[in-house]
Design a protein. Sequence first.
Length: 260
Amino acid sequence: MKVLFIGDVFGRPGRKAVAAIVPGLVAEQGISLVVANVENVAGGVGVTPDTVDEILAAGVHVMTSGNHIWDKREVNDVIGFEPRLLRPANYPASNPGRGSLVAKTAEGAKVGIINVEGNVFMRAKTCPFQRAREEALAIRQETRVIILDMHAEATSEKKAMGWHLDGQVSLVIGTHTHVQTSDETILPRGTAYLTDAGMTGPHESVIGVKKEIVIERFLTNLPSRFEPATGNVRLQGAIVEIDPESGKAVGIQRVDEPLK
């Protein structure tokens, strides 16, 4: 079984890349399930009902998120009603939405998806390591194929999560920094790992934002409104191949496809 995980989808350019590239990748690679981080899908920050519909229509089966999930008020019109849109599981249980899901492929195979958010250099929440293990143990009652999106700032925290869950999940993949790393590997007990999936959006930018705006902000320390860039749009992420019986990963490859 192959799962495609798509790094942070940034604004309209990212949504266009998903719509244009995903169907071809699914057909060419024999992808069974597509997961995408969408916390930046609406104008570069946040999520709206319309952007959720657009991403689902493009062929994504499950959407993860992170610290920007609440940035658009309109998310409240969808997050409590659309189970395919996840928010980090280590947010308060009283928050709307959910932090995990067991999805079914077209062939009927079950795949668990878990979303947690790190604490290092980010707002403190419930321990992501404890919540991730709790979620994984519960999902393993249904399936051993489990994908974890570790939305975090610090490389060390992501690395630690990979080792923490080695053998318990099929893939630990990082999101949030918008910079794809080249450390894809399969850990000793069968968990595939990548520190950051990268960004699906405009790469002639500063992590998705028009570079001139960000440079000016660094030079002056004055506030400015961020706007998505448009140049060099790419889809980044990873394809992981998993043994559906054991849940162990047998292969992982990075994806970095230009929008033509």
